[in-house]
Design a binder for this molecule. Structure first.
Ligand SMILES: NC(=O)c1ccc[n+]([C@@H]2O[C@H](COP(=O)([O-])OP(=O)(O)OC[C@H]3O[C@@H](n4cnc5c(N)ncnc54)[C@H](OP(=O)(O)O)[C@@H]3O)[C@@H](O)[C@H]2O)c1
Length: 320
């Protein structure tokens, strides 16, 4: 099978590509810079064909069609955290995937589209709304599609995952007071495996919506603690940041393109983002890899207030 992995140089794309290659499939990598992609690819993917794709201009099915020649399945793992010039949320997350779906329908190709949990039409963040619209357009396209919504990802070579690991390694964990939503983080290698399985499914068995998560459900403060515990470090002090302060930090990071912290991610963190039906184990055929470790006894913070920590289920803060 020949799979075109759009965003093949990215965190999700790289792991999906490795899983596909390990199963004997051939992969074509879609990237904005084929000439400079080599250093972002694992050794086993160095020989893969690369095709230049710029989502901001691929907004009709006619421009997609020649790019998809010779493929059986298209896996879209393209996403942006921040807009740059013409690379707007609407073009990259909505218009291009919607045109891609029409091209796939026309050419009879299967489309596996990587999205995320927690999207809502009424979200405040344009980032979240654009991804929601992209999903809707694909679902309405008539293509043979599967929309995959993973929870937060952990792994060694991801931009966001790397930041979260670094914060987790600090002796103090700052955490927005309203980041109470739980998520079920999963290992990116498991996601890669699940995506490879989905690429192999054809006909009526291809599930239209796939929600994926790990086994533990944690809010952000608990997750940071669990990652720290996984490295055997003493529990960190947990600092609850007032929500307006965290929002200001999100606005600043968005403005200056700093870190993965953004208003969209803060908005997501306020509500539970858990898979309704978690298909991870069914797709990979084994138990998911553990992410983080059960937490040791919590340590008291001496500023702001103590965040619930130490258990999967929040415990009430101790009186100060
Ligand atoms: N990371 C997570 O925790 C997580 C969790 C849930 C869902 N997701 C979703 O998974 C998808 C991939 O995320 P990721 O973490 O793998 O992101 P990533 O590491 O930043 O990779 C994004 C990829 O998109 C490509 N890209 C960016 N702008 C493009 C454009 N204008 N035209 C064509 N390609 C473009 C980049 O390729 P080039 O630079 O080579 O062009 C890059 O390989 C996103 O939809 C994201 O929302 C991620």
């Amino acid at each position: 099978m020949r799979v075109m992995v759009l965003g093949g140089t990215g965190f999700v794309g790289r792991h999906a590509m490795c899983a596909l290659l390990a199963r004997g499939h051939s992969v074509i990598i879609g990237t904005r810079c084929p000439g400079r992609a080599a250093h972002r690819l694992p050794p086993q993917a160095q020989g893969c064909e690369r095709r230049e794709v710029h989502f901001e201009i691929l907004t009709t099915r006619y421009v997609w069609q020649p790019l998809l020649a010779g493929t059986d399945v298209v896996l879209n793992a393209v996403g942006i955290l921040r807009e740059r010039g013409g690379q707007t949320y609407d073009r990259v997350h909505n218009m291009a995937p919607s045109a891609l779906a029409l091209a796939c329908e026309h050419l009879g190709l299967r489309l596996i589209h990587v999205s995320m949990l927690g999207l809502r039409r009424e979200a405040r963040s344009r980032f979240l709304r654009s991804k929601f619209s992209g999903e809707r357009a694909i679902a309405g396209s008539g293509a043979d599609y599967s929309i995959v919504r993973p929870s937060l990802l952990d792994g060694e070579d991801g931009f966001g995952a790397g930041w979260i690991r670094r914060v987790a390694s600090l002796p103090i964990h700052p955490c927005p007071a309203d980041a109470v939503g739980r998520f079920a983080a999963l290992d990116v290698r498991d996601l890669g495996d699940a995506l490879a399985t989905l690429c192999e499914i054809s006909g009526d068995s291809l599930p239209r919506e796939v929600e994926l998560g790990g086994t533990a459900r944690r809010a952000l403060g608990e997750y940071l603690g669990a990652l720290r515990a996984a490295h055997g470090d003493r529990p960190a002090l947990q600092l609850s940041l007032p929500a307006p302060l965290a929002r200001l930090a999100g606005e600043l990071c968005d403005l200056l393109h700093l870190s993965p912290l953004s208003c969209g991610l803060l908005e997501l963190a306020r509500r539970d983002n858990l898979p309704r039906e978690n298909l991870l184990q069914a797709l990979i055929g084994r138990a998911p890899m553990p992410v983080g470790r059960d937490l040791p006894a919590p340590r008291r913070a001496y500023a702001f207030r103590v965040l619930p920590t130490g258990h999967e289920t929040p415990v009430p803060p101790s009186p100060q």
